[in-house]
Design a protein around this ligand. Structure first.
Ligand code: OMP
Length: 285
């Protein structure tokens, strides 16, 4: 029997994720149904193909990954039928033993942010996930409705800090030692004070590919006391060894995430499981 992950509501997201990472290891599997992957799996680029793809990945990894991360854009491109598949995926995951991180990268003025929070973080919302990714570039404080609703419902957020794409540096590195990334990191640390001594529910996104940026910008991620979602493993070139070298003492907070690097091993459940286990082995080291 896989370890059961407690549902949202009773316990904070940080504490639930910490328990899942301790039990299973630090792997998040991205569910990114790109058209090319659907084709490679012998599926049509339509809602039925999307559904088969999504539920197959969930079946393969729900008992071994700490979390899955559906990429919302790849459901949105199918319109309402795609969003219905995302709702079904999230509902099915809720009944299984894996945490969900909706990769929606939301961010807007506070009044609109309240609606995004309602969609992704409210109990009973059809799109409710355990956590959602947020973009802080309208100001960290504009995320307030999501930060507060997540705390109320035992859910979490991952705020973009240092993204895995090369263009991210043109905004995130601005300011040198007082960089934009540092402001975001410090704001997340302040938010996590409300979670006392345990792992906070306000995580950061820091790419596995950022190389020496943490040292160059003198960022101390361990002091954030929140989980670090690290995309960039596999298809974007980073390895588990890179992750260890990049994050150093903050590595125990890191949840490595890989999408295409694992998804190309489908469509067989056994192939997907093997690829996920291989990545997990590397991350556990
Ligand atoms: O928030 C994210 O997950 C994210 C942040 C980031 O800095 N870089 C990044 O690649 N991602 C997402 O992580 C996934 C990476 O996919 P692969 O490159 O196929 O592993 C995509 O869904 C990206 O949108």
């Amino acid at each position: 029997m896989p370890e059961q992950v407690p549902a949202a509501g009773r316990e904070s997201f940080g504490s639930r994720l910490g328990a899942a990472m301790a039990a299973r290891g630090p792997l998040c599997v991205g569910i990114d149904p790109h058209p090319a992957l659907l084709q490679a799996w012998g599926l049509d680029d339509d809602a039925a193909g999307l559904r088969r793809f999504s539920l197959t990945v969930l079946e393969a990894v729900a008992s071994l990954a700490a979390a899955v991360k559906p990429q919302v854009a790849l459901y949105e491109r199918h319109g309402s039928a795609g969003m219905a598949v995302l709702e079904e995926l999230l509902a099915t995951a809720r009944d299984s033993s894996v945490l969900t991180i909706a990769d929606a990268k939301r961010g807007d003025i506070g009044s609109t942010m309240a609606a995004y929070a309602d969609a992704w973080l409210r109990d009973g919302s059809p799109l409710a996930a355990d956590a959602v990714t947020l973009s802080p570039y309208l100001g960290f404080e504009s995320l307030r409705p999501a930060l507060d609703l997540a705390a109320d419902t035992g859910r979490g957020v991952f705020v973009l800090a240092l993204t895995s794409n090369p263009e991210g540096a043109s905004v995130q590195h601005v300011g040198g030692r007082d960089s934009v990334a540092r402001r975001i990191t410090e704001s997340a640390a302040a938010e996590n004070a409300r979670y006392g001594g345990s792992l906070g529910s306000v995580g950061l996104v820091v790419g596995a590919t950022v190389g020496s940026a943490l040292t160059d910008l003198e960022l101390d991620l361990a002091s954030v006391r929140g989980p670090i979602l690290a995309p960039g493993l596999g298809a974007q070139g980073a390895t588990p060894a890179d992750l260890r070298a990049t994050f150093g003492t903050a590595y125990p907070l890191v949840l490595g995430t890989s999408s295409r690097g694992i998804l190309t091993a489908g469509p067989q459940v056994s192939g997907l499981r093997e690829a996920a286990l291989h990545t997990l082995d590397g991350l556990r080291g």
